[in-house]
Design a protein around this ligand. Sequence first.
Ligand SMILES: Cc1cc2nc3c(=O)[nH]c(=O)nc-3n(C[C@H](O)[C@H](O)[C@H](O)COP(=O)(O)OP(=O)(O)OC[C@H]3O[C@@H](n4cnc5c(N)ncnc54)[C@H](O)[C@@H]3O)c2cc1C
Length: 384
Amino acid sequence: MNKMDITIVGGGPVGLYLAIRFVQNGFSCRVLEKRTEIDQHSKSLGIHPVSLDLFDQSGITQPFLRYGLKIESGLAFLDYKLAGEVSFRSCPPPHAYILAIPQWKTEEILENKLRDLDRTVLIRGAEVQDIQEINNRVEISYTQEDEKHHLSSDYVIGCDGKHSVVRNSCNIPFEGNSYPDTYMMGDFEDNTEFGNQAAVYLHKKGLVESFPLPSGQRRWVVKTDHYFETPNVKKLTEEVFIRTGYHLGSCENNMLSSFGVQHLMAKTFAYGRMVLAGDAAHIVSPIGGQGMNLGWLDAEACLETFLRIRYSPERQKSELQKYSNQQRRIAQQVAKRANMNMVLGRKESANIWIRNGLKVVLNSPLKHLLARLFTMRGLGRWPV
Ligand SMILES: Cc1cc2nc3c(=O)[nH]c(=O)nc-3n(C[C@H](O)[C@H](O)[C@H](O)COP(=O)(O)OP(=O)(O)OC[C@H]3O[C@@H](n4cnc5c(N)ncnc54)[C@H](O)[C@@H]3O)c2cc1C
């Protein structure tokens, strides 16, 4: 059997999960992560059933279930009026729900699991500067505490996010668009009666999304007319009140941010002995909440690819090409779904035809299809 060593650049949610899977499958692996600690800013809040199915295979689901909160359905409102409910309960068992859990907690659980398996794999405070493929090896330079280090590896996987140094060192184009859509979001103490349900408001001023979080918190995401350089609690709570009738003024605010939307995709996810996964390979709109989950699908496909290469090294090139083609296709599908969510949330979507169409869908068997689209079913080899 071919003994390989693999270096993962980036210890975010995708790099950490991939490292767990490599270690579990007997690969020699290390992760270089520039941050000395986990970023406490809560970006992603949802883990989808497809990812929980993967976590089951890896035996890492339990701590997520202990901390997370199960969202089993979502309510849709058209200008304050309940238009229908999308239930995830009809999704295939055992995970017929979306698990709400902040991204920092997800990373903490993954990091603890990786350290339990092998304390030496994750190297924090290590910022990769340069990567070059020379004579069938990949040579990496990184700095840690102002000292320069070098590392040689059979393969490098770039899980280093949007500004990926791995992608840039291969000169792989990152193509796509910025959308005009902008949002403000904040986590507040939950003063609604929704409990574990999500709620989406389509209002003529634009979309509001509201998701439960663990520890009695709720996230509110509001479509804005322009990007707010400095997010503003007053503006956010005012818009939530106007569009939903909920007054958050007296609720404690724990997180506040604004974001714009881009759709970017690397022209290839594999180049020589370097491979891309997660945000390094693709950026999809956060509306719909699928970017991190998509990254885990890349990670699992990447593991399967390297398992095949380990037994048949002569197939390296074709296997990596197959990985790239397959994951690019899946990322395109996810981007289309995210785009649909985003377009629905625009002011113009308050249009009478769209509203009536949505009402019909929400009150027909088609709503099960919506549930499947939201929960990332039917992507590539992942079943509907
Ligand atoms: C507002 C918002 C809400 C979101 N909500 C959701 C959601 O609900 N569900 C969902 O699935 N997704 C969501 N996403 C997307 C999700 O946050 C990302 O897709 C996810 O973080 C990607 O993980 P990653 O590991 O690929 O990259 P990252 O999280 O970007 O991690 C990359 C890591 O690489 C490290 N790194 C970078 N460069 C180097 C270097 N040179 N050397 C060493 N280390 C390096 C970084 O420090 C970082 O830790 C959301 C995003 C935003 C902005």
